[in-house]
Design a protein. Structure first.
Length: 136
């Protein structure tokens, strides 16, 4: 097997691990609870002070900032999809997705690099090693 084939096989294993991670959306939900985009900036702010206060009572972690988590339906509809050779983003089946992406930007469908790095180090690397051991 050539090095290119080995690398392609390794990437396929990594993609399989990431795409099958049922807890990846939980990591995204944690970012939403903070009211943060993947780059650490705020998702947004509410135009209505009364709604901001209402949301702050429901989710004090976001401090009244937009958190995209009123009912949980949006985040519950998340699934991971491949967006390039080594890039993954979230898709969503919730009907609000198009509106929320239009209003807050496509970046809301991503995960912070810091969060992803932690997952790679603490979860995916162990799964990858186990998978490699099976094949050796």
């Amino acid at each position: 097997m050539t090095r290119i084939n080995k690398l392609a096989k390794l990437r396929a294993i990594v993609a399989k691990i990431i795409l099958s991670d049922k807890f990846l959306a939980d990591a995204k939900a944690a970012e939403f609870r903070e009211g943060e985009n993947p780059d650490g900036s705020m998702i947004g702010s509410y135009r209505s002070l009364s709604y901001e206060l209402f949301k702050e009572q429901i989710n004090p972690i976001a401090g009244g900032a937009v958190d995209l988590m009123l009912t949980g339906a949006f985040i519950d509809s998340f699934f991971t999809k491949k967006a390039g050779a080594s890039k993954f983003i979230f898709g969503a089946t919730d009907k609000k997705k198009a509106h929320l992406v239009e209003k807050y930007g496509e970046q809301i469908m991503g995960l912070s690099q810091t969060t992803f790095d932690v997952l790679q180090k603490e979860v995916y690397s162990k799964q990858l090693l186990a998978e490699i051991r099976k094949q050796i």
